[in-house]
Design a binder for this molecule. Structure first.
Ligand code: AP5
Ligand code: MG
Length: 222
């Protein structure tokens, strides 16, 4: 069966991480979450993590040169049978780097999955988001854990991300509209863009993405 090489695009809080967790299970894809990788670097205080910290805490993008090599190396190391990129590319420079890398490897993208949601929905979701250190996601109102501030899946304490304060969320949204939204047209023009309404229920969004991927796979075999 043809490999799946997928990108998840969309504003902060649209549900990229939520859908990624489900798609990873469905298809056993190598998951490469740029935000998670950068947060791990921050935690372990690597040079990259220290350089990235200020940008992340301000709601800005980390410079392309730091992010591109980190992700391209991961694709080569872990993504040879297919990958799911969450949070990369986020600038036209990053998208060009990915296009070049895939050409070099003789591979092609399957689809760029845009999970979209308006700013007011994002603000509400991110203000109530909680997660554990393994990345399991909750929302205090829409998806609360069984026991307050404890992860249902592994019993770890839940925390709030530093960049989920209202002012930083607004900054991240502005960054998204300016630097990442142009990728919608980038992938639309190349025929890869598939859109999903991220305001729908999580399971509905997931079903819709799976149906789209099933159709794409069928078309590839025709
Ligand atoms: P990153 O970690 O990627 O954050 P983000 O893009 O801002 O997206 P989020 O993770 O906040 O949201 P999400 O879409 O994953 O939503 P989630 O599923 O959690 O990046 C962080 C930072 O790292 C960036 O700001 C930047 O500094 C840096 N960075 C990352 N990539 C970079 C790059 N390529 N270049 C440069 N810098 C980079 O859902 C949110 C909440 O909503 C949860 O509580 C969830 O339970 C709930 N929810 C989800 N779906 C639904 C639904 N359908 N209905 C109701 N609630 C829902
Ligand atoms: Mg995420």
């Amino acid at each position: 069966m043809a490999e799946l090489n997928l990108i998840l695009l969309g504003p902060p809080g649209a549900g990229k991480g939520t859908q990624a967790a489900r798609l990873r299970e469905d298809f056993g894809l190598a998951y490469i979450g740029t935000g998670d990788l950068l947060r791990e670097h921050k935690e372990s205080k690597t040079e990259l993590g220290q350089r990235a910290q200020e940008y992340m805490d301000n709601g800005d993008l980390v410079p392309d040169d730091l992010v591109i090599s980190m992700i391209i190396d991961k694709i080569e190391e872990e993504g040879e049978d297919g990958f799911l990129l969450d949070g990369f590319p986020r600038t036209v420079g990053q998208a060009d780097a990915l296009t070049e890398e895939l050409e070099k490897l003789g591979r092609r993208l399957t689809a760029a999955l845009l999970v979209d949601a308006p700013d007011e929905v994002v603000l509400q979701r991110l203000s109530g988001r909680r997660q554990c250190s393994n990345g399991h996601l909750y929302h205090v109102e829409f998806d609360p854990p069984k026991h307050e501030d404890v992860c249902d899946q592994d019993g770890k304490p839940l925390f709030r991300r530093k960049d989920d304060e209202p002012d930083t969320i607004r900054k991240r949204l502005a960054t998204y509209h300016k630097q990442t939204e142009p990728l919608r047209d980038y992938y639309e023009e190349r025929g890869y863009l598939r859109r999903f309404d991220g305001t729908r229920d999580k399971t509905e969004v997931h079903d819709h993405i799976r149906a789209t991927l099933a159709t794409l796979r069928l078309e590839e075999r025709l």
